[in-house]
Design a protein around this ligand. Structure first.
Ligand code: 0O2
Ligand code: 0O2
Length: 262
C-alpha cells in the first residue's frame, strides 16, 4: 500500500480513537461533576504506527487485505485506574454500553503474562460513520492501574531498545519490579477508603473555594469593594487549614451579601 492509501485506511481508526476518548473522558467528567469517585483516572489513545503494523503482519504472516480483521489493536485506548478493583467497574461500564460491541476479553490481571505484564484487555467492534457511510472497525481497550501502566511503559521501551530480546539479567529485574508493582497495588487497595476520603475532601474544599471566589469577584464587579476585600481576607485565612464547615459559612455569608445587592 502506498502512504496515501495507508492514510485513507487509517482514517476511520483515527476517528474511532478520538470518539472513544471523548466518550470515556466524559464518564470521568460526569462522576466528578456529581462529586463522586471516578473509577477512570485518565484515558489515552493512539492509532498504531504503520511500521508496527507491518512488523506484526510480517511476524504472523497476515496478508495486507486481512490486516483490518487480524490486527485488533490498530485503534488502541488505554484506561488508567487508581485501584485494582476500579478495573472491574470500568469493564462493567464497557459491557453495558450499546455503542461498543465486545468481541472478547483477556484478563491479564488474574492471568499475569510470562513477562510480568498485567492489564485487562477488551476487543470491541465499533461503528464509525464516515462520509461514505458506516464502517465497523475493531478497537482494543487496555484497562490497568497506574502501577501496571508504569511497569508496562518501561518494559515496552526496553523491548523496543533490545528488539524484543531483553537480556536475562534485565528480564529478571523486570520480573521483580512487576512483583513490586503488584504489591503496591495490593497495599493501595488496603488504604483505598482513606485515600478516597482525602481526595473527596480536596474536591469538596476546592469547589467551595471556587464558589466563594466567584461571589467575591461578583461583589467587586458590583462596586462593593469593602465587602469584597473583607471576604477575600477571610478566605485567605481559611485556605490552608480551614474546615469544610468554616468554608461553608463563608460561602453562605457571601451569598447573603450578594442577594442584598442583586
Ligand atoms: P488533562 O486535563 O490534561 O488531564 P489529543 O490527541 O491531544 O487530542 P489527549 O487526550 O490530550 O488527546 O492525548 P493522549 O496522549 O491520548 O492523552 C493524554 C492525557 O492523559 C492527558 O489528559 C494527560 O493529562 C493524561 N495523562 C497522561 N499521563 C498521566 C498521568 O500520569 N496522570 C494523569 N492524571 N494523567 C495523565 P488531557 O486529556 O489532555 O486532559
Ligand atoms: P504496541 O502498539 O506496541 O503496544 P501477542 O503479541 O501474541 O503476545 P496479542 O495476542 O497480539 O499478543 O495481544 P495481547 O497479548 O492482548 O497484547 C496486545 C497489546 O498488549 C500489546 O500490543 C501491548 O500493548 C500489550 N502487551 C501485551 N503483552 C505485553 C507485555 O509483555 N509488555 C508490555 N509492555 N505490553 C504488553 P503490541 O502489539 O505490543 O503493540
Amino acid at each position: 500500500m502506498a502512504v496515501r492509501e495507508w492514510k485513507t485506511f487509517l482514517l476511520p481508526y483515527k476517528q474511532a480513537v478520538d470518539e472513544l476518548k471523548v466518550k470515556l473522558k466524559s464518564i470521568r467528567k460526569e462522576y466528578r461533576r456529581k462529586n463522586e469517585y471516578s473509577p477512570i483516572e485518565f484515558v489515552t489513545g493512539r492509532v498504531k504506527e504503520i511500521s508496527s503494523m507491518l512488523e506484526k503482519a510480517n511476524k504472523f504472516n497476515i496478508p495486507l487485505d486481512r490486516i483490518e480483521y487480524e490486527i485488533e489493536d490498530i485503534a488502541g485506548i488505554r484506561i488508567m485506574c487508581q485501584f485494582v478493583d476500579d478495573i472491574e467497574r470500568v469493564v462493567d461500564i464497557v459491557r453495558n454500553r450499546k455503542d461498543m460491541q465486545i468481541i472478547y476479553e483477556k484478563d491479564y490481571v488474574t492471568n499475569v503474562k510470562e513477562s510480568g505484564y498485567r492489564s485487562y484487555h477488551i476487543i470491541i467492534k465499533y461503528p464509525v460513520y464516515m462520509a461514505e457511510g458506516q464502517k465497523d472497525i475493531l478497537a482494543e481497550f487496555q484497562i490497568r492501574t497506574l502501577a501496571m501502566n508504569f511497569w508496562a511503559t518501561i518494559e515496552h521501551s526496553l523491548n523496543y531498545k533490545y528488539k524484543h530480546d531483553i537480556p536475562e539479567n534485565i528480564k529478571y529485574k523486570l520480573k521483580t519490579a512487576a512483583d513490586a508493582a503488584f504489591q503496591l497495588d495490593e497495599q493501595m487497595l488496603e488504604i483505598k477508603d482513606e485515600i478516597k476520603d482525602a481526595q473527596k475532601l480536596f474536591e469538596v474544599k476546592s469547589s467551595l473555594v471556587s464558589n466563594i471566589m466567584n461571589n467575591i469577584l461578583t461583589l467587586s464587579y458590583l462596586g462593593k469593594t469593602n465587602e469584597s476585600i473583607r471576604y477575600q481576607k477571610q478566605l485567605n485565612d481559611l485556605i490552608d487549614e480551614g474546615e469544610v464547615s468554616e468554608l461553608n459559612n463563608l460561602l453562605n455569608i457571601t451569598e447573603r451579601t450578594l442577594d442584598m445587592y442583586k
